[in-house]
Design a protein around this ligand. Sequence first.
Ligand code: SAH
Ligand code: SF4
Length: 427
Amino acid sequence: MNAHDSERLSGMLGSLGYTPVDDRDLADLILFNTCSIREKADSKLIAHLGDAKRLKREDPTKVVGVGGCWAQSLKNELFESFPWVDVAFGPGQIHRLAEFLKSDSITAQGFFDFEALSSELPAARERPYQAWLQISQGCNCVCSYCIVPSTRGREVSRDPHSIIGEAEALTADGVREVTLLGQNVNSYGRDLPASRRIGFSEILRRLDALPGLDRLRYTSPHPKDMRADVLQAHIDLPSLCEHIHLPLQAGSSRILKSMRRTYDRERYLDRVEAIRESVPDCSITTDIIVGFPGESERDFEETLEVVDRVGFDAAFAFPFSPRRGTHAATLPRQISREVKSERMGRLVELVNERAAARAERFLGRDLEDLVEGPSRTDPTRLRGRTRHNRAVNFDGLAAPGELTEVAITDTTSHSLDGVEKLLVRAG
Ligand code: SAH
Ligand code: SF4
């Protein structure tokens, strides 16, 4: 979501006539779009803000801006701690940056209300053929570790016509893969007025019907709302990819309860079962938090058991990071850094082992691949992504943005290796 907010900030600045420069020293405007989900992002930002202070001292006409969740979590306190910041705004107030830049205000200004959706802004996309499409903003869950509800507000679903309209404009502009974005995408629509209310699976159906949209993805669904209609959409809709990112967070029901996730281990495993029954080849990926307060060795082993049983295609593991204003930050029995890091090591090892085993099912198959550009490890080869969201390095001739077929010749826990089918035939 933060990356997509950055695309919208770039799009908006572009329309105001700003262009990016490679060197921060040359910039008229230095803008940080911040994330606050974990501590690591915060500490990186402090160093960057120090650098901006130096540049502002050398050239006071430079404008320094801070947007995003970190700004929202501090609000006006931010100006007390970092007085060289000229403008600060929360993730719901991106459009206010344009107003600030067009005004000749010389006093610092902060914009932190939650108001209308700012998803209507044009985005400068990283790749012309792939796009994020935000369908909702904010979150109504109360996960005890999470700062999002306080930085992005209550859930607001975007009007279905506006979503379809944006998708039509994107496909007309050459986009073939769209990823729907929301904190909890599958609760989409519940807050819409009855006359306009449609659910998440209906949005999927309407988007699948658009000509030119080859691939449809979404992130993140919540396990509590992973229902039969969404699985049926996976069976019915040709564009909907065989990949579901289903955040687990913990494999111990006791810890899940303390996290206020509203599902337990059995319900999660039951959802995985349902996905496997409907779409047997579906990739399932997840997020896991390690070292939540009170997590015993036994609780952690229960997480390992779930990872082993499910066999995720990939998993992001995060050490628990206490966030200001969250309930979990105040809980007793915080876990030491050493224990977190030791558990992270064991978890990542098991995740990789299971992911490598899962990837073997692709060996010898021909998989549709969306070409993204040259391979990062060997620029004479190409890199793309399968419908299962696996990166593929391959020998081939296709251009970025093309869909091609790749014969898979090797697999690892993170990527696949192959040869474009055209070359297989020619050779
Ligand atoms: N709405 C999404 C989560 C967005 S945050 C969902 O519920 O899945 C992305 C991930 O960051 C979360 O899934 C969680 O694993 C991780 N995360 C959030 N807060 C965290 C914290 N305080 N410490 C460590 N990881 C956290
Ligand atoms: Fe945070 Fe939970 Fe909402 Fe995800 S569902 S954004 S983890 S509160």
